[in-house]
Design a binder for this molecule. Structure first.
Ligand SMILES: C[S@@+](CC[C@H](N)C(=O)[O-])C[C@H]1O[C@@H](n2cnc3c(N)ncnc32)[C@H](O)[C@@H]1O
Length: 405
């Protein structure tokens, strides 16, 4: 069984696993080899045999056990840079600990950092993201060195870590202007499993690029030039700032402001503004909290833009108050959100429509060309990896206009 797992001899492995022994039942799937303590799962994982891994994981009682040197199967998948295997293990053992150390003090995460080309190839970036986003690898635990991982250990591969937790995408949001690309960096969110559960001030959802913002960026880029020329445009809850960046890149706006509550997201957004090519509209990023009027800019805004801002009903009155407080008469409001899966979205749209201050200019499903692959490379695998909501969800474009009084 161990050798079949080692060499990926899947049909023989299946036959062996299906044997039953008189008296003591089925094959002991967790059997360890006498010299190293490896299980069949270690060997299938280390040698990148996903089908064998699936067969083993499918057996009742299969466990994720350490070998004689304290290495778990995930250590080997990590050390060999194998995201597919790691995904199978993380899926089968949700309580697995990616910071568990072997007897050399190396965790699965450290192994992934040290793997060849860590953070450089697509596979390794995916592997590192997966491990860093796992609930057992919360930022705080890594940084404070809980479980014996020292700050130094985390800091040594800082450049790799940077490459792993952040990705700079090159988008082409305006297909009729080939070559007019937009580079935007996103980072790994905390609580990625349930990003919408944190209080506003701890909300790290803006570190990631949400698919709605790509649809919004494309929509805004496609507007006729006169729609935003010479106007002051402000993005609410900008996060990485794709819509604001798209306006700065493709329109002669007077001023483009990307605003957010979260300082880390703002810092990332400033970095993205720095990536804009020369000769774009003047863009800046600053802190604005919908709940705190003192943080709102004094200048009245001609066009407010936003993507995927509502995910809890409590946000709705804050957001509508901020919109009303910012908007100049005739101000346009361009908003994009997925059509399902966002608590409070229907309340938000109803509040804007029925509040008396805004008229509906347009409300329609995003056309197909706005929800396709926005990457300049056209790489569909990368799109699925980073922006799978583009495939899974439908998006709605909302355009409102502020009434004169
Ligand atoms: C789901 S993210 C969307 C980010 C970006 N619009 C996108 O689509 O990629 C929601 C954003 O709203 C911001 N946010 C949440 N509450 C806020 C508040 N009270 N004031 C300002 N921004 C807030 C978050 O920091 C986060 O950047």
């Amino acid at each position: 069984m161990l050798l079949c797992a080692r060499y990926g001899e899947d049909s023989d492995l299946l036959s062996l696993l299906s044997l039953s022994f008189p008296g003591n039942g089925s094959v002991p799937v967790n059997h360890r080899d006498a010299s190293s303590g490896n299980t069949a799962l270690h060997l299938a994982c280390a040698n990148n045999h996903p089908a064998a891994v699936r067969l083993l994981l499918g057996r009742p009682g299969a466990e994720h056990l350490p070998n004689g040197a304290g290495n778990y199967p995930l250590h080997w998948a990590a050390a060999n840079g194998l995201p597919e295997i790691a995904r199978l293990l993380l899926g089968a053992f949700p309580d697995l600990d990616v910071l568990a150390q072997n007897e050399f003090g190396k965790s699965c995460l450290t192994e992934a950092f040290s793997a060849n080309n860590a953070g450089e190839s697509k596979e390794n970036t995916e592997l590192l993201r997966m491990l860093l986003e796992h609930k057992s690898a919360e930022e705080e635990k890594i940084i404070t060195g809980i479980k014996g991982m020292t700050k130094e250990e985390v800091r040594v591969p800082e450049d790799m870590r940077e490459a792993a937790i952040s990705t700079t995408h090159v988008f082409e949001l305006k297909p009729d202007e080939p070559g007019s690309t937009l580079s935007v960096r996103e980072q790994v969110m905390q609580n990625a499993d349930s990003p919408f559960t944190t209080a506003s001030q701890d909300d790290t959802t803006g570190l990631a690029i949400w698919a709605a913002s790509l649809v919004c960026g494309r929509w805004l880029a496609s507007l006729p030039r006169e729609a935003l020329s010479g106007r002051t445009v402000l993005e609410l809850g900008a996060g990485c700032g794709v819509p604001a960046l798209a306006v700065a890149r493709h329109h002669a706006a007077k001023r483009v402001c990307a605003t957010d509550l979260n300082e880390d997201s703002l810092e990332n957004c400033r970095h993205n503004i720095g990536l804009l090519p020369p000769k774009c509209a003047k863009a800046e990023a600053f802190r604005m909290d919908w709940a705190d009027e003192a943080t709102w800019p004094e200048e009245k805004i001609d066009a407010i833009i936003g993507a995927d801002l509502v995910y809890t009903p409590e946000i709705v009155p804050l957001l509508t108050a901020a919109m009303d407080g910012l908007a100049a008469p005739g101000c346009d409001f361009y908003y994009v959100a997925p059509d399902a899966g966002r608590a409070g979205l229907a309340d938000f749209i109803a509040a804007v429509k029925e509040g008396g201050g805004w008229e509906v200019v347009e409300e329609r499903a995003a056309p197909e060309e706005m929800a396709g692959n926005p990457l300049a490379s056209g790489d569909d695998d990368l799109m699925i990896l980073h922006f799978n909501e583009l495939l899974e969800k439908r998006f709605v474009l909302y355009h409102f206009r502020k009434l004169a009084n």
